[in-house]
Design a protein. Structure first.
Length: 322
């Protein structure tokens, strides 16, 4: 593996008899309770557009909303909670989707690729991820290039993934993964600062169909995507409102919404309503039900639901729907 300083270090292989959540025949996720959550350092355009006073986190409200997410997920999955170390400055540790990715296409799922963060306030999370996954019996390796986890790298099927570069992750990271992990990564360039991670504009809903805000990508990138998945287009307003920041657990699509806190008739209400109508329509066509959670306290970090959930396996994607 490569440590946070970029030097090569040896990692003991986990004993073969040790099981881990990635082998389970039901969904497994990793989350983190918001003990260290802060929006003090703005590190994305959504945060920069908020006044400093509007970014102050209500810790009690954030915890209540986290528990709602945990409750919904744990109703049909094993949900691990990443411990929060007594370390200052880990303002975004709660967003575990950025911590790394488990390449579940490998026959013996013990490897995990840990992020090498572009965002300065997040760089301390790398060692947290290495230590946690090593304690769980995985073989952690830190990407030698900038990479911000499964929020930028989505599994489609088999050994095929789609990876976004140009904002937080480097194209070279995916080329390294292809060499080291027998992966095929469809590399797509991201240019919209508001869609700064891939999960803001791309959501694989099944092994064969993917929600994509197609206007965010070049024709060449879209053509490459279409070789591997059915592309379901979603409009810009829905992408900005978080339609692609959904999480699939079993036959349920979970999405964040604060519709009931918005004033009917306002532009914000109409945009959120249109997003939900679009999601309900697509989910219904694919055979899913939709569950909504309100995590508006996390909007102060420029974050949405998928940011808070790291997949430890992809069991849900093997389930038949209709």
């Amino acid at each position: 593996m490569t440590d946070t300083a970029g030097t090569s270090t040896a990692v003991e292989a986990a004993p073969s008899e040790i099981a881990n959540p990635s082998h389970l025949e039901y969904p497994a996720f990793l989350v983190n309770a918001p003990f260290s959550l802060s929006a003090e350092v703005p590190n994305n355009v959504w945060m920069e557009e908020l006044a400093e006073g509007d970014r102050e986190i209500n810790r009690s409200r954030a915890m209540v909303q986290f528990l709602e997410v945990f409750s919904v997920l744990s109703a049909g999955a094993l949900v691990y909670v990443l411990p929060t170390p007594r370390t200052t400055g880990l303002q975004d540790l709660v967003y575990t989707a950025n911590l790394g990715i488990v390449p579940t296409h490998l026959p013996d799922v013990r490897d995990v690729i840990i992020s090498n963060f572009t965002s300065e306030p997040r760089r301390g999370e790398t060692q947290v991820g290495v230590d946690f996954f090593r304690s769980m019996g995985y073989r952690p390796a830190v990407s030698p290039f900038k990479f911000e986890g499964e929020a930028d790298l989505k599994h489609l099927h088999g050994n095929v993934y789609i990876g976004g570069y140009g904002q937080r992750s480097q194209r070279e990271a995916y080329e390294w993964m292809e060499r080291e992990y027998d992966m095929r990564v469809v590399k797509v360039e991201m240019t919209d600062a508001h869609l700064y991670h891939l999960d803001c504009s791309i959501f694989p809903i099944t092994e064969h169909a993917t929600l994509v805000h197609t206007a965010a990508y070049s024709k060449a990138d879209l053509a490459e995507m279409e070789k591997h998945t059915e592309v379901i287009d979603v409009p810009e307003a829905a992408a900005y409102s978080g339609i692609c920041n959904s999480v699939r657990s079993g036959k349920t699509i979970i999405n964040s919404s604060c519709l009931h806190d918005l004033k009917a008739g306002t532009d914000a209400y109409q945009e959120e309503k249109q997003k939900l109508d679009t999601l309900e329509r697509i989910a219904g066509q694919q055979g899913f039900e939709v569950v909504l959670v309100n995590i508006d306290e996390y909007f102060k970090s420029g974050a949405l639901l998928s940011c808070m959930v790291m997949h430890l396996n992809r069991f849900s994607y093997g389930l038949a729907l209709m």
